[in-house]
Design a protein around this ligand. Sequence first.
Ligand SMILES: Cc1cc2nc3c(=O)[nH]c(=O)nc-3n(C[C@H](O)[C@H](O)[C@H](O)COP(=O)(O)OP(=O)(O)OC[C@H]3O[C@@H](n4cnc5c(N)ncnc54)[C@H](O)[C@@H]3O)c2cc1C
Length: 431
Amino acid sequence: MFILSDKFDAIIVGAGVAGSTAGYLLAKEGLDVLIIERGNYPGSKNMTGGRLYSHSLEKIIPDFAEKAPLERKITTEKISMITEDSLVTVDYQSEDLGARGTASYSVLRSKFDPWLAEQAEEAGAQIVPGIRVDDLLVKDGHVCGISAGGEEMESEVVILADGVNSLLAQKLGMRSELRPDQVAVGVKEIIELPKKTIEDRFNLSESEGVAWLFDGSVSAGRIGGGFLYTNKSSLSLGIVCTLSDLSDSPVPLPQMMENFKIHKAIAPLIADGKTAEYSAHLVPEAGLNMVPRIVGNGVLVIGDAAGFCINIGYAVRGMDLAIGSAEAAAKAILYAKERRDYSETSLSKYKELLDQSFVMKDLKLYRKFPKFMENRRIFNDYPQLAADIMKDLFTIDGGETLPLRKKIMHEVKKAGLMNLMKDVFKGVRAL
Ligand SMILES: Cc1cc2nc3c(=O)[nH]c(=O)nc-3n(C[C@H](O)[C@H](O)[C@H](O)COP(=O)(O)OP(=O)(O)OC[C@H]3O[C@@H](n4cnc5c(N)ncnc54)[C@H](O)[C@@H]3O)c2cc1C
């Protein structure tokens, strides 16, 4: 049951990374904050690949890396082009990957989200888990509270941090129903292995970790890719595929996952592991093109609910944007409180702050990338091209040897030189 004031300064729907960060910042400034989470505990319904880029949270809680339940600091980046029987990998290791302010960490949301929610609670926010917000209270076109579990609660402002499929923003008419080309479906297994086994198999020392992304046969040639992150004593292995491109795929997503697990490059890495968790979730993938109305009278939309996610192939970013947008929203609410004006005009400060922050700058920078990815050559022809070039390079059989240039051009022409040039040009422009 709720323990309640008459009216809150802010009610936040959802205790994911966006909601808890906003709650923490507002409560720290002395506002009366209520966070309502439909899951039995924060994080119980949440999923990520996942790697947290630390920059935005570090700005808010500078010593979070020493206190939060993080898994491993990413010190090795791998990107592979994968076919059914080959793997071509770029492997980058550097001390620079762990530097303060730029470090990234593998995380498990079932541990990380409760910790972040606890920070909000310690700052003074009230968190009510296990209750779904069913509707918003609207008076004269102004959002003034929520209704949940048969009760109505009033507030000056409501923050919608309810994730990618924000039905509440939809009910308010702030966004339309998600289209299948705007979202991807992610499936993920958490595979438990002894800590020492992980460190031996991935050549890691204690607390170091690998982030590994895959392009090619892993998504059966559809728009998508695979991922593997090392946690302390488990691996997060999964696939993300654009929903609209899955509908006519001859290989269903669960089967792609099974094929991924038995691929000869992956099977030895997960051997003797125990699947502890299997989950699926939507990912907003259309970038700036799917950002809805994010400010209304008495209401702000943050995180995935606002479509703030970037997938640029070599990096998937949603959590750092969720945190960045929560910070902008909290500042806008403090500005509105000072003026005692929670109208859309006053709360539009949120958009101004977002525009100045990395959230909008990066979304704008990569706005062409989702369109660029709607090209199956990236997931079929080019992984095969990479494998064929490698085969030519490394096959020495005593027969006639062509010069390197001719070997490469022979394979490139097979894949289509003009298409390749066009795609490289478009890719460079999109990034
Ligand atoms: C497969 C996959 C891989 C990803 N990989 C990465 C990665 O490596 N790095 C990265 O940064 N990002 C990654 N992302 C994206 C990232 O997970 C999201 O961007 C991030 O979780 C968004 O946080 P959020 O707080 O906005 O939303 P969420 O984490 O979805 O939180 C929303 C919360 O609202 C609650 N809620 C919803 N409706 C209601 C309601 N009506 N009432 C009460 N509560 C409600 C939910 O239970 C949930 O707790 C990945 C996503 C997926 C699916």
